[in-house]
Design a binder for this molecule. Structure first.
Ligand SMILES: CC(=O)SCCNC(=O)CCNC(=O)[C@H](O)C(C)(C)COP(=O)(O)OP(=O)(O)OC[C@H]1O[C@@H](n2cnc3c(N)ncnc32)[C@H](O)[C@@H]1OP(=O)(O)O
Ligand SMILES: N[C@@H](CCO)C(=O)O
Length: 373
């Protein structure tokens, strides 16, 4: 089998989850906050919630220099790196700190999202009975994820964020923050995101969920104790998703119809590579839970619709779209800008949705400008 193709079976060592971090792994720069029970939007309370986070800089005496960075679907708290012993990996937004967010000025916080697999409570975490939550992990929403971040902010002594910044799923949280907590956010920066998951976004997620859930090693979500993991299904999900993260133009000009010696088109090999990489670092259960949370996203829910929800927004909203983004097309960001009566910023990029991660100079300048008080 080609080494870039995820194996059909992943044999795991005892206690290991394919991808993802587990208690006992080196924490590196990560810190952990025990939040206790978290009431959930759909009802019930998730007990013993832990949120993993990293910080850069210091909270000033006025506690008015705190900035929250919200990661996207497969990101984590490690925005930039390396950041210390046991943390050799680069971050997913390397260069943002200190170039555009100087820790001499700002206290920057990034948390692994609720439902994730990089130290925060998710389906691979232990439930009170000592077994992994697995299929028992409750359905969560973007609002639940923001509520967990608010509880973390309480623990850190942050009453109000100078800015909450995020792209894609992180942008959903950056948008929900000032709606759930109007007095706790000065500025929200929402990148390559939307006010609600559209039919097409939900549609792209459907085959991804089906791929994972039909993997013979999924076991209804309770694979954690089996010694196997649904890496084939997760890899298929990533291949589908990754095409939506890039533009047709980029794929055409970068890969064309180039064949490889092994019979694959270059673009097939590229997708295989990303599938393998994700399966090595991410938990399929978290992928499912977080995908469903994104599908639930609708800031207009129980608030009279999008325009009504945004009409009373107290925070300043900075909205930016990537001009070549086919997953979160600029028209969705334009709706946000219009409803909040602000401008729509366009990031110029050939890369598509991932442009919010790759066009660091444009995005960094936007963030730095948004932070000018
Ligand atoms: C260290 C960590 O894992 S931290 C991870 C934390 N989370 C995240 O990063 C999530 C957000 N990140 C992402 O979504 C993506 O990684 C992005 C947006 C940063 C990727 O953006 P890009 O820099 O454009 O990478 P790109 O899509 O071109 O992929 C490059 C990889 O494809 C490989 N590749 C390129 N062409 C081919 C090909 N024809 N066949 C096989 N592999 C290929 C490259 O060798 C490279 O491999 P590497 O990443 O193992 O070094
Ligand atoms: N490449 C990003 C895209 C999701 O918006 C991620 O994997 O998190």
């Amino acid at each position: 089998m080609d080494q870039d193709r995820p194996p059909v079976e992943a044999d795991l060592s005892p206690g290991q989850v394919a991808g993802g971090w587990r208690a006992g792994d080196p924490a590196g720069a990560r810190k952990f906050a025990g939040l206790g029970g978290l009431p959930l939007e759909y009802g019930g309370t998730l007990p013993d919630v832990t949120i993993a986070y990293e910080t850069w800089g210091r909270l000033n005496a006025a506690a008015d220099n705190a900035v929250l960075i919200c990661h996207a679907l497969t990101g984590d708290a490690h925005v930039v790196g390396p950041a210390g012993p046991g943390q050799p990996t680069p971050g997913w937004w390397d260069g943002l700190i200190p170039t555009y967010l100087n820790p001499d000025d700002w206290f920057v916080v990034a948390a692994n999202v609720l439902g994730g697999c990089q130290g925060s409570t998710g389906p691979s975490s232990q439930a009170p009975d000592g077994q992994a939550w697995g299929s028992r992990f409750p359905a969560i929403t973007i609002r639940d994820q923001v509520a967990a971040e608010a509880s973390l902010a309480d623990q850190l002594g942050i009453d109000r964020w100078a800015a909450v910044i995020g792209g894609s799923m992180g942008g959903m949280r950056a948008l929900e923050w000032p709606l759930l907590y109007p007095d706790r956010v000065a500025t929200s920066v929402v990148l390559a995101s939307t006010g609600y998951a559209t039919a097409e976004q939900i549609a792209w997620c459907a085959p991804q969920l089906a791929a994972i859930e039909s993997d013979p090693h999924w076991f209804g979500g309770d694979y954690y104790a089996t010694g196997k993991a649904p890496v084939a299904g997760l890899g298929i999900a990533r291949r589908i998703a990754h095409v939506t993260y890039r533009s047709e133009y980029e794929l055409a000009t970068r890969f064309g119809r180039d064949p490889q010696g092994d019979g694959r088109f270059a673009v097939e090999s590229y997708l295989d590579h990303h599938a393998t990489k994700l399966a090595q670092r991410f938990d399929a259960g978290s992928y499912v839970v977080l995908t469903r949370a994104m599908n639930s996203h609708d800031v207009g829910r129980d608030r009279g619709g999008l325009s009504e929800a945004l009409s009373g927004l107290k925070a300043r909203l900075v909205v930016a779209a990537v001009d070549s983004d086919r997953l979160y097309p600029p028209r969705l960001s334009a709706e946000l800008a219009e409803a909040s009566t602000g401008p729509l910023h366009l990031v110029k990029s050939p890369y598509g949705h991932d442009g919010f991660l790759l066009e660091l100079d444009q995005v960094g300048h936007l963030i730095a400008e948004a932070l000018i008080r």
